[in-house]
Ligand binder design. Sequence first.
Ligand SMILES: Cc1ncc(COP(=O)(O)O)c(C=O)c1O
Length: 404
Amino acid sequence: MRTDWSMDTRIIHSSQSPDPLTGAISEALIPAVAYAFPNAETAAAVVAGDQEGIYYGRYGNPTLRVLEQKVAELEGGEDALGVSSGMAAISIALLAFLKHGDHVLVTKDVYGGTYSFLTSLAPRFGIEFDFVDCTNLEEVKLSVKANTKALYIETPSNPCLTVLDIQQLSTICKQFQIPMIVDNTFMTPYLQQPLLLGADVVVHSATKYLNGHGDVVAGIIVGKKHQIDFMRKKIMGDLGQNLNAWESFLILRGLKTMGLRVQRHCSSAQQIAEFLDAQPSIRRVNYPGLPSHPQHSLAKKQMKAMGGIVSFEVEGGLMAGKQFINSLKLAMISFSLGDPETLVQHPASMTHSSIPAGERLKFGISDGLIRLSVGLEDPADIIRDLAQGLSAITPQMLNETRVI
Ligand SMILES: Cc1ncc(COP(=O)(O)O)c(C=O)c1O
């Protein structure tokens, strides 16, 4: 691959070339579980990691290996590991650095599944955590304890779109000699490359923009080769969280159009955020592309564009919010994001319902908050749909505020 190619070209060509035997341009789908070796010595060398190779389906497959190499290259990392879901990627990355008695600092508004893993499962294995406001660098420094072994952040965050300064946070991590893990799901390497800003490990829910078609659940971790080797052999392999060849193939196919898709998601989201911001029935719009966003200038510096997710609060809280999403005709009520279809959801009762109401409010996830994953449809049609949804909110609902 040429090193002077731009991201748009690398997305298509990086780590991929025509099959030497057939000339096939699209990636080969190799579902084999078992692989034959010319002799016992080679088999032993591959298992020991002294020689590159694939030896058993639970540790990877050739189609996945192409995907791993491609995402590693796009993120600017040494190696990558494809796993069975975004949550598998997050839990593996955290478990790679944390053991019994260790502590992790976590940005305060993380994805609900990450919150659930840290608050329910991790403590059963003696892992401690603290949620901190990572927009406040002093608070981060003061929260580091003697047993803190990692900082975990998500930027922009789900669902409040808080933008964190990766470079500044990575400087703090280096000072305390702790690794920094970044969930880059909302951005993709097309818009943000945390490793180049000083992060140590990047995790993705490949279920979202990397695949981009709503038909795969997968995760990817990118980091240093020795970290990825450890995660593959000692965590992913032992827990059996592998990604199969078919899903790897679908992500490789989806990735080819990631540049175009992400550009469209971003330009439509910007138009939609501006539309929502101008509506009297909308109390607050969270979108890094709006000048009113608290980290707008950081976002412009750190991100190539602002992403496809917009969240907002309708006047009238929960009742009005529910009426609004129930009235939408084009946008579908759904848990996922990053798909061709516009998807809308209510974090308090859906993706972030594992967070108790009091905690949720501290994280900025109010009962009236709505998250919109802007799809690839004509933005004018999406805006018309949102306008007709807003018109379904009655004046009585506008006075309602209730905690579920
Ligand atoms: C930011 C973020 N990270 C991780 C995940 C988990 O991904 P998966 O559903 O693929 O396990 C999600 C899911 O919505 C997410 O939004």
